[in-house]
Design a protein around this ligand. Structure first.
Ligand code: KIV
Length: 257
C-alpha cells in the first residue's frame, strides 16, 4: 500500500474517489489504516463520540493532542489530519500558529480548520510555515450557536454563492483540500467542478472527490445517526451482545473455567 500524503491526495482529484473517516484512538486508527482508508481525521467530533458532549465546542487542545498522538502512533499509510478545536485558532494568529505546531509535533501531518474567507490569512501563514491545511466550509459545527442547531447551509442562492466564494478563497489561500459539510448536492457538485483541490463531502451528495464518515456512525456504534450516513456494520449490537454474554457467564460460573 502507498503512503498517502498531501501530494497524493491532490493527485487523486478526477482519478480516484477517496473514502475517508475519523478515528480517535490507536486501536481503530490501526484497523482503518490496515483497511486502506486514505485520510484519517482526528476530528473534534471526538467531543461527541468519545467524551460524551453534545457539541464539539468543549473540546480543547489537550483532548486533541492526546488523540492525535495515539492515532499517529498506529497509522502507517493514511494521511493523519488533526482538527483544530474551537478556541485554538479564534484568539489570534500567533496562538493559532502555536497550536497548529503542537498538532504537528503530536504526529499530525496536516491540520483542519473551519471557515472560509475569514481564515484565509491564517491558512496562508500555516502553509508558508510548512503546515498543510484542510479547510472546512458549508455547515461548520463550531458555529452551531450562530446557526441555532446543526442546520444544512447554502440553501438559498445567496447562501450558496457565499459557500462557493469561501471554497474558492480557501483554495486560493493554499488549502490542499476542502471539507463540504451539509450543503445541497448540486452546490457541492458546482464547487467540486470549480476547484482544482479535492472536495471531501459529508452530507453533501455523491459528486464530491472524496467522502468523510464519522467512524462511530459508519461502524454502527452510534445508533442515532444523520440521515446521509450509511452504517457499514452494527457494532453496537455486537458489543452489547459480547458484554451481556460475559456478564451472564460470570454470573452462572461458566467463566472462567
Ligand atoms: O470532526 C469531524 O468529525 C469532522 C467531519 C467533517 C469529519 O470535522
Amino acid at each position: 500500500m502507498k503512503k498517502w500524503n498531501v501530494a497524493t491526495v491532490r493527485a487523486a482529484k478526477g482519478r480516484e474517489k477517496l473514502g475517508c473517516c475519523t478515528a480517535y484512538d490507536a486501536c481503530f486508527a490501526r484497523l482503518a489504516d490496515e483497511s486502506g482508508v486514505p485520510i484519517v481525521l482526528i476530528g473534534d467530533s471526538l467531543g461527541m463520540n468519545v467524551l460524551g458532549h453534545s457539541t464539539t465546542l468543549p473540546v480543547g487542545m489537550s483532548d486533541m493532542l492526546a488523540a492525535v498522538a495515539a492515532v499517529a502512533r498506529a497509522v502507517k499509510d493514511a494521511l493523519v489530519v488533526g482538527d483544530m478545536p474551537f478556541g485554538s485558532y479564534q484568539c489570534g494568529e500567533d496562538e493559532a500558529m502555536r497550536n497548529a505546531v503542537a498538532m504537528i509535533k503530536a504526529g499530525a501531518e496536516a491540520v483542519k480548520l473551519e471557515g472560509g474567507a475569514s481564515v484565509c490569512g491564517l491558512i496562508r501563514r500555516l502553509t508558508a510555515a510548512g503546515i498543510p491545511v484542510l479547510a472546512h466550509v458549508g455547515m461548520t459545527p463550531q458555529s452551531v450557536n450562530e446557526y441555532g442547531g446543526f442546520k444544512k447551509q447554502g440553501q438559498t442562492r445567496e447562501a450558496a454563492e457565499k459557500v462557493l466564494a469561501d471554497a474558492k478563497a480557501v483554495e486560493e489561500a493554499g488549502a490542499f483540500a476542502v471539507t463540504l459539510e451539509c450543503i445541497p448536492a448540486e452546490l457541492a457538485a458546482e464547487i467540486t467542478a470549480a476547484l482544482k483541490i479535492v472536495t471531501i463531502g459529508i452530507g453533501a451528495g455523491p459528486v464530491c472527490d472524496a467522502q468523510w464518515l464519522v467512524m462511530h456512525d459508519l461502524l454502527g456504534l452510534n445508533e442515532k445517526v444523520p440521515s446521509f450516513v450509511k452504517k457499514y456494520a452494527d457494532l453496537a449490537s455486537v458489543v452489547r451482545g459480547a458484554f451481556s454474554a460475559y456478564v451472564n457467564e460470570v454470573r452462572k460460573g461458566e467463566f472462567p473455567q
